[in-house]
Design a binder for this molecule. Structure first.
Ligand code: GDP
Length: 302
C-alpha cells in the first residue's frame, strides 16, 4: 500500500517517537510547576538535546504568558507551532531544484544502500526522473550486491566496478554512462566504514571534486543518512561528515524502530541542515519527503 502522507506512514509504522510526550499530554489536566518539569523530562527523553529543550521551554512559557494560554490543547498547539518553526528554519523546496547527482553519506548499517534505491524510485515516480545507481561503496562486496539486487528489482541501470576499485572512478564512469544513456539523475551509494577514519573523508572529498568537475555543481545534492534509533550518536556522526562535505539535507531512517524522534530537532538546530526525507520501513515505498507539520502531528498525537 502506498501512503501519500508521512503522517499515515508514521502511524502505520506504529512509531513511538515522543511516546512519553504523547502520554503526558493526554494524562495532564493542569498547568502547574510539575507540568513544566515533566515536559522538560519528556523532551530530553525523546532525544532533544538539553540546550534546545531549555530554549523551547522558555519560548513556550513566554508565548503562553503573552497569549494568555492556559488550556491544555492550546498549549500543545503552541508547542507544535514552535517545533514546526524550528524544523523549518533551513527548509528547502525539493521540487524547485531537482538534482542531477545525489551523493549519499553515512556510516555502515544506517540504511544508505536502501535509501539509494528508494530515492531512485521516488524521483522516478514523483518527477519522472531517469535515475542511474552508482555503486561507489567498493570497500564491501556486499554493498555492491545489495545495490545490484535493488537495481534489478526496480529495473534501474547500475554502474559498478570490482571490489576495491577507486570509488571516484566508479563515479566518473557513472556520470559518463548517465550522459550516454540519457539518464538525468545519478544516485551515489558511498562507503561508510568508520566515519572517524580520515581516509574515508579524503575519499569522499575526492568524489565531490569529480562530481563538481563533471557536472553542474548547483545540481549536486549531498544527503547524509542517519539511523534515528542511535539517538545522540547520530548527531556526532552528522557533525563529522558535515565538517568535510557540504551536506545539504538529512535522511532519517528507521523511524519505524525504537526511534525517539526528537533527534530531528537537534540535527536541524545544531547543524543548520534541513531534514529532506524519512524512511519508515524496509519496503521501497516506506520513504517520504519530510513534512514538519505532519511529523509534529505524530509527535504530539494531534
Ligand atoms: P548501509 O550499510 O548504510 O548501506 O545500510 P543498508 O541500506 O544496507 O541497511 C541496513 C539494514 O537496515 C538493512 O537490513 C535494511 O533493510 C534496513 N533498513 C534500512 N532502512 C530502514 C528503515 O527505514 N526501517 C527499518 N526497519 N529498516 C531499515
Amino acid at each position: 500500500m502506498i501512503f501519500s502522507s508521512l503522517e499515515k506512514a508514521l502511524k502505520k509504522a506504529k512509531t513511538n517517537i515522543f511516546s512519553r510526550l504523547n502520554q503526558f499530554f493526554t494524562s495532564k489536566d493542569a498547568i502547574d510547576i510539575s507540568f513544566w518539569d515533566t515536559l522538560e523530562e519528556c523532551l530530553i527523553e525523546s532525544d532533544v538535546s538539553y540546550q534546545l529543550v531549555q530554549d523551547l521551554l522558555i519560548e513556550l512559557k513566554t508565548s503562553s504568558k503573552e497569549n494568555n494560554i492556559n488550556s491544555y490543547d492550546s498549549l500543545k498547539n503552541e508547542l507544535k507551532r514552535i517545533l514546526i518553526e524550528e524544523l523549518d528554519k533551513y527548509k528547502k523546496d525539493l521540487s524547485s531544484n531537482i538534482p542531477q547527482i545525489i551523493m549519499l553519506l553515512g556510516i555502515n548499517g544506517v540504511g544508505k544502500t536502501t535509501a539509494a534505491a528508494k530515492l531512485a524510485h521516488y524521483y522516478h515516480n514523483r518527477y519522472g526522473s531517469n535515475p542511474l545507481l552508482c555503486a561507489a561503496d567498493t570497500f564491501r562486496a556486499a554493498a555492491n550486491d545489495q545495490l545490484s539486487i535493488w537495481a534489478e528489482r526496480l529495473n534501474i541501470d547500475i554502474v559498478k566496478h570490482q571490489e576495491g576499485a577507486d570509488p571516484s572512478a566508479v563515479l566518473y564512469d557513472s556520470i559518463k554512462a548517465a550522459s550516454a544513456r540519457k539518464k538525468d539523475l545519478v544516485i551515489v551509494d558511498t562507503a561508510g566504514r568508520l566515519h572517524t577514519k580520515k581516509n574515508l573523508m579524503a575519499e569522499l572529498e575526492k568524489m565531490m571534486r569529480i562530481a563538481k568537475r563533471e557536472s553542474n555543481p548547483e545540481t549536486i545534492e549531498v544527503l547524509l543518512v542517519l539511523d534515528a534509533t542511535v539517538g545522540q550518536n547520530g548527531l556526532s556522526q552528522a557533525k563529522a561528515f558535515s565538517q568535510h562535505l557540504p551536506v545539504n539535507g538529512i535522511i532519517i531512517t528507521k523511524l519505524d524502530g525504537t526511534a525517539k524522534g526528537g533527534i530531528a530537532l537537534s540535527i536541524v538546530r545544531e547543524l543548520r541542515i534541513p531534514i529532506s526525507f524519512v524512511s519508515t520501513g524496509e519496503s521501497v515505498d516506506d520513504f517520504l519527503p519530510f513534512s514538519s507539520s505532519e511529523y509534529c502531528n505524530v509527535l504530539l498525537d494531534i
